[in-house]
Ligand binder design. Structure first.
Ligand code: ADP
Ligand code: MG
Length: 187
């Protein structure tokens, strides 16, 4: 969905060193909510080496590939589908530059500027295009149907007809809104 009036989906990962650090995890969660992202799905999981290899396959010839997939499968990550208008660019903007020194120097208020530890342990992942977002969502949320989400749920997220559960860190849709509309029509 490219149209401006529709929300965009992106895949965000809070990498293992973030999940190990409760204060940092909470601060990043607060930034997500304060920047008006809605959380469509959330999962905490230790990414397997095979999943990490598939996820980062475009980097398989890079010098950092082995250390990257080893790190990503070293402990639990929090994996989220986020939505917002222009979610992909907006989340990457909030994350800051890939390289931590650059982030600390040029964008100190970004997530990577504040919480990145090294070029590998740079706190978060974000999809870089709609194609990547779809591919990445499919890897970690096998039963998530993007087409169906746009048909049935996007409108609730777009209008903010949602409940938020801060513990499971997910927004769910408020169906009472539809029921109220139905009642109104019947009257
Ligand atoms: P981004 O995550 O910003 O999209 P890339 O797709 O280029 O960045 O790289 C994927 C991940 O690989 C980065 O988030 C980081 O964890 C790791 N990485 C990238 N460049 C380096 C590097 N020069 N040294 C070590 N790790 C790196
Ligand atoms: Mg990338």
């Amino acid at each position: 969905m490219q149209s401006k009036k529709y929300l965009q989906l992106t895949l965000a990962i809070l990498k293992p060193h973030v999940v190990k650090s409760p204060f940092v995890l909470q601060k990043i969660r607060d930034l997500i909510i304060d920047n008006n992202f809605k959380v469509v799905r959330s999962r905490r999981a230790t990414i397997s080496r095979e999943e990490a290899e598939l996820f980062y396959k475009e980097h398989r010839d890079k010098f950092f590939y082995n250390r990257l997939v080893t790190f990503m499968s070293s402990g639990p990550s929090d994996i989220h589908i986020l939505t917002a208008h222009d979610a992909i660019a907006k989340w990457r903007q909030l994350m800051g530059p890939t390289k931590v020194y650059q982030a600390q120097y040029n964008a100190p208020d970004t997530i990577r500027g504040m919480f990145g530890l090294s070029d590998t342990r740079n706190a978060t992942h974000g999809s870089d295009s709609t194609e990547s977002a779809e591919r990445e969502i499919e890897i970690f949320f096998k039963d998530f149907d993007t087409k169906k989400w746009y048909e049935k749920e996007e409108i609730f997220y777009n209008l903010g007809r949602l409940h938020f559960d801060p513990i499971s860190f997910v927004h769910t849709i408020d169906r009472s809104y539809l029921e109220k509309q139905d009642e109104h029509i019947r009257k």
